[in-house]
Design a protein around this ligand. Structure first.
Ligand code: NOJ
Ligand code: NOJ
Length: 534
């Protein structure tokens, strides 16, 4: 990977030098602090022994650059074939392990979801670098992932088989990294995997078309579509309305994240079906009908949206039973992973980042977790500063077993990315912002005299003020990430709600991907707002 890193560094360096200026505010470089005693301990243990490899935590701009490179490398380190840290006999080419941790907890598996989401970051990277020959190793890694999934799809496993009518085996959530089935008890099936895989593979096939570059070793797009994508689409058509376990692997029910990501996959699948098998009009029609059904389900029938509940409900059945509120970062992950600001193809998917319910979900998660996690309490009474976010209020998984839930890097980075994408959407669409009952609490923290019913006109002084504030706000979540990663930029799954130290699976691939995605969007926003500076 040596070829790649200088390339990213050069590009991020230019950016960090040229970031901010009028009329937009440059994020204040003031670090949010962890509790004082932890800070002291941290300084004495790490900073005094700082080696050459230590990250520059003191300077936000340098940290951003370094953490971006480290995070990208962190993803590659966990993929068989490209990683120099993994044993090829243990982790086969293209296999994405969730984390190298083999005990306490054992995450040395390939989860279909984690793999699809993190490979998508590699594809975004390829897009940013226009699939240049310098990044052939990354391109090959994506193709290895695709080839490997052909094998995994066909393994008999405890969720079922590939051969049956419902394609039940495709709902299996995780596999051993040597491509064998995981036979122990687990929360299965998980029905988000096939759809996420469709979306990731579709993104890669579109990239190949966009830049007119050859495959490294895949046979053809048509082959990938018929052999790998199509079976996943059949799985969604047959199973979308059945219960399954949620992305957090705990609850057997219907879930917003699963349904919305299936909706996206149905659009991606239709595009590929029309391209590669236009003669199969029956299947294209089935995809369209299923899309309409799932869309109706997401918006009306599934219970995710209720007129008296001011947020998207991730798992409605638990709310009905009085067991959980339904507030969940999963709803926001769903929003991010189903929309693409560069394409009109997904306009028919509801709940993009500017949706009032999405913004109120974020706002309510923050309000809850500000009080729930002691490390956030210093922000009580302060409105427009980010806080450490976890998965959902009632969480009790501590990364090893169950006790109390903690903030997660994925969740905290997701808040930052969501706000950055909101800014990007508002700016590129030159959009006015209509304040209503649902989003007013979110926007009021930045411009306090706003009331429901008002419109903030694109380009107005209020609008400019708001954008400045939103940039600061998104940075404040990244500051939190910065304060809790370790001194070499390693990122685990969680950080403790009392003292802030990392815990749970070490070097979690998905954490690296979520942080990398947020940092990538930060760059996109700054490029958009300061084009002349680049
Ligand atoms: C492990 C799962 O991966 C995690 O998401 C879940 O919260 C715990 N098991 C529950 O025990
Ligand atoms: C637990 C998380 O809840 C789940 O979403 C994830 O797939 C696994 N850990 C592996 O990272």
């Amino acid at each position: 990977m040596k070829l790649i890193l200088p390339l990213i560094s050069a590009c991020t360096l230019v950016l960090s030098l040229s970031i901010p200026t009028s009329p937009y505010y440059l994020a204040q470089q003031k670090a949010l602090t962890i509790p004082q005693w932890v800070g002291k301990f941290w300084n004495s243990v790490f900073l005094s022994e700082a080696s050459n490899e230590a990250i520059m935590r003191a300077d936000f701009g340098s940290w951003l650059d370094q953490q971006r490179n480290i995070s990208f490398q962190g993803i590659l380190n966990n993929i068989g074939g490209v990683s120099s840290l993994l044993d090829p006999k243990e982790v086969y080419d293209g296999v994405v392990i969730a984390s190298p941790s083999k005990y306490m907890p054992n995450y040395f598996y390939q989860w279909t979801r984690d793999a699809a989401l993190t490979i998508k970051s590699l594809i975004d990277y390829l897009d940013d670098t226009r699939v240049s020959s310098d990044v052939a190793e990354v391109q090959k890694t994506v193709e290895d992932y695709i080839s490997n999934n052909y094998i995994l799809q066909r393994l008999d496993n405890p969720s079922g088989t590939f051969g049956d009518d419902d394609k039940s085996g495709l709902g299996e959530p995780k596999f051993h990294p040597n491509n064998t089935a995981f036979e122990e008890n687990w929360g299965r099936p998980q029905r988000d995997g096939p759809g996420l895989r469709v979306t990731t593979i579709c993104a890669y096939l579109e990239l190949i078309d966009k830049y007119q570059v050859p495959f490294i070793h895949l046979k053809s797009g048509k082959d990938v579509y018929t052999e790998i994508v199509k079976p996943d689409l059949v799985y969604i058509i047959k199973n979308w309305n059945r219960n399954g376990f949620d992305l957090w692997e705990e609850i057997n029910a219907q879930h917003f994240f699963t349904s919305l990501t299936q909706l996206r996959a149905l659009i991606d699948g239709s595009k590929l079906a029309k391209k590669y098998e236009p003669q199969d009009s029956g299947f294209i029609e089935e995809l369209k009908n299923t899309f309409n059904d799932v869309r109706k389900y997401v918006e009306w029938e599934g219970g995710f949206i209720k007129s008296n509940v001011p947020y998207v409900i991730e798992t409605p059945s638990l709310l009905s039973l009085g067991k959980r509120s339904g507030l969940n970062i999963a709803s926001l992950l769903a929003s991010l992973h189903t929309h693409d600001l560069a394409s009109k193809d997904y306009d028919n998917i509801p709940y993009d980042v500017d949706h009032n319910l999405v913004l109120s979900t974020l706002r309510l998660l923050i309000t809850d977790m500000k009080f729930r996690y002691p490390i956030n309490r210093k922000h009580i009474g302060v409105n427009n500063v980010g806080v450490a976010l976890g998965r959902y209020p009632e969480d009790i998984y501590d990364g090893y077993g169950t006790s109390e839930g903690n903030p997660w890097f994925i969740s905290t980075a997701t808040a930052s990315e969501l706000i950055l994408r909101l800014i990007y959407k508002l700016e590129t669409g030159r959009m006015n912002i209509v304040i209503d009952e649902l989003n007013s609490d979110f926007f009021k923290q930045f411009v306090d005299y706003l009331e429901a019913g008002q419109t903030i006109v694109y380009g107005s002084l209020d609008y400019l003020e708001l954008i400045d504030q939103l940039i600061k706000y998104s940075d404040s979540f990244l500051q939190i990430v910065k304060d809790h990663v370790d001194n070499e930029g390693h990122i685990s799954e969680q950080f403790n709600r009392y003292h802030g130290f990392m815990q749970g699976a070490t070097d979690l691939t998905w954490s690296y991907s979520a942080v990398w995605n947020a940092l990538r969007w930060r760059e996109k926003v700054f490029r958009l707002l300061n084009p002349s500076k680049l």
